[in-house]
Design a protein around this ligand. Structure first.
Ligand code: BES
Ligand code: MN
Ligand code: ZN
Length: 485
């Protein structure tokens, strides 16, 4: 029951390929093309647009024709790979000879990487809870491309990143009743062992001792114990930079006593996507950013409404000493991030990046495929946006306007956990988080929209997406010291 297929690279179509996919540019096919036996109806339908497919008889045998558009956009090869994977799903192996001959050097590597992602992610299915499917699944795809070892390496790197995205998808798709905080920490321990990372798991007693009052306040309503996971990669020799990742790990968000509606609660097993993304990125650090010291801080709990749940009006004391009046228990992500960010800031890294499915408001603002990017350091924020652009993940900057700080003033504590009105909820959350990072350069990614997909498209399947991993890899693998400011 392989959920991921094996991808390799070859300079030419292997003799034993069961099916061969070839690329066709927009408008390139003509009815009288040599060796092609196509009906007019097929020709009318198949225009060579990115991702269109058509099985056709040619002089060389049956071919899967795949539209590649103008063939020059590396990112389009993700969609092309997914289309091939879907059209070839009844085969065991496919040779994918679709890279445009016009692509050279870097562009070809990027296209091969994207194609690999399309092939792997496009075949992803979360079938752990289903009857085994007796039909054989596509097991191997060969990326056909010249370019030698460089392309072979690019494909191998891409396979590793896709595997990390599959880890995120699996974690996100696992029901909250099964992926408890303890189960998440156990999985993180396995990942740390496989990847050669240090790991520290704080249990309830250790969380109390560390005074993680935000995490304790959210966990109080649950029969499940919270955990706090800290993963570290330490390079040999002096690191070229020290980066902290902080991920929201709410394994299920019912809203707590400020309970969500039935429709609002559907999908809330996704609420640990930030922690899963940070964990997956950590697994790649030893091979992708071997000279950096990177630490992930993952507060893990569910948000339930058991008999001793945090009441509306309760005051929590976060790790950095600030007190928080909880006026809505559904604004829980910021409470656990308060502790995670405090701990990260104490270690004085060069930068903190947090990822969190934090607000519905961010989805109202940007839609469900784009993350909001906020922070206290312009250069760092722009770097993250550039990394996202190069990784093909949609992100957009959002401001942290000063006038939104005042509504967070509390009569009884240092801060309220919600603002006072209906507007700018994503920004209010960002302003709240800023209180816990001290002077450290920090960027906050609100991934509430893109972490999950309500329906499949391109290489994305319904459910967890793995969004954010590619951006973190791009950011970390090209890291250089930040200028002051
Ligand atoms: N986990 C939710 C945010 C969310 C909503 C993620 C939809 C993915 C899809 C978060 O904990 C939450 O409930 N936020 C509240 C904040 C409000 C109470 C200030 C929200 O967005 O409504
Ligand atoms: Mn919530
Ligand atoms: Zn939440």
């Amino acid at each position: 029951m392989p959920t991921t297929i094996t991808i390799d690279h070859a300079p030419a179509i292997p003799e034993d390929a069961e099916l061969v996919a070839i690329g066709v540019r927009s408008g390139e096919l003509a009815a009288d093309a040599p060796g092609l036996d196509l009906g007019l109806a097929d020709l009318a339908r198949f225009e060579g647009k990115v991702g269109q497919t058509l099985v056709a008889a040619t002089d060389d045998g049956t071919r899967l024709l795949v539209g590649i558009g103008d063939g020059t956009d590396p990112a389009a090869y993700r969609r092309i790979g997914a289309a091939v994977a879907k059209a070839a799903s009844a085969q065991v192996s496919v040779a994918v000879d679709v890279l445009s001959a016009d692509l050279s050097g870097t562009a070809r590597n990027a296209a091969a990487e994207a194609l690999t992602h399309g092939l792997i992610l496009g075949t992803y299915r979360f079938d752990r809870y289903k009857e085994p499917d007796p039909a054989p699944a596509l097991a191997t795809a060969t990326v056909v491309a010249k370019g030698g070892q460089r392309v072979t390496d690019a494909v191998a790197r891409s396979v590793a990143v896709a595997a990390a995205m599959v880890l995120v998808r699996d974690l996100v798709n696992t029901p909250g009743g099964d992926l408890t905080p303890v189960a998440f920490a156990k999985r993180a321990t396995e990942v740390a062992e496989e990847s050669g990372l240090e790991i520290e798991v704080l249990d309830l007693a250790a969380i109390r001792k560390a005074k993680l009052g935000g995490l304790l306040g959210v966990a109080r309503g649950s029969a499940q114990q919270p955990r706090f996971v800290k993963l570290t990669y330490r390079p040999d020799g002096k690191p070229r930079g020290r980066i902290a990742l902080v991920g929201k790990g709410v394994t299920f968000d019912s809203g707590g006593l400020s309970i969500k509606s039935a429709t609002g609660m559907d999908g809330m097993k996704t609420d640990m996507a930030g922690a899963a993304t940070a964990l997956a990125a950590m697994s790649l650090v030893p091979s992708f950013a071997p000279r950096l010291e990177v630490t992930a801080y993952l507060p893990l709990t569910d948000n339930m409404l058991g008999p001793d749940a945090t009441r509306v009006g309760d005051v929590l004391r976060a790790r950095n000493g600030k007190t928080i009046e909880v006026l809505n228990t559904d604004a829980e992500g910021r409470l656990i991030l308060a502790d995670g960010l405090s701990l990260a800031a104490e270690d004085e890294p060069d930068a903190i990046v947090d990822l969190a499915t934090l607000t519905g408001a961010c989805m109202v603002a940007l839609g469900d495929r784009t993350a909001g990017v906020m922070g206290n350091h312009d250069v760092l924020r722009q770097r993250v946006l550039d990394a996202a652009e190069s990784a093909g993940e949609a992100m957009w900057p959002l401001p942290l306007p000063d006038h939104l700080r005042k509504p967070l003033d509390s009569e009884v504590a240092d801060l309220r956990n919600i603002g006072s009105g209906p507007y700018g909820g994503a920004l209010t959350a960002g302003i709240f988080l800023r209180e816990f990072v001290g002077d450290c350069p920090w960027v906050h990614l609100d991934i509430a929209g893109p972490a999950g997909a309500s329906a499949g498209y391109d290489e994305v399947a319904k459910g967890g997406t793995g969004y954010g991993v590619r951006t973190l890899v791009a950011l970390l693998s090209s890291w250089t010291k930040l200028p002051a400011g």
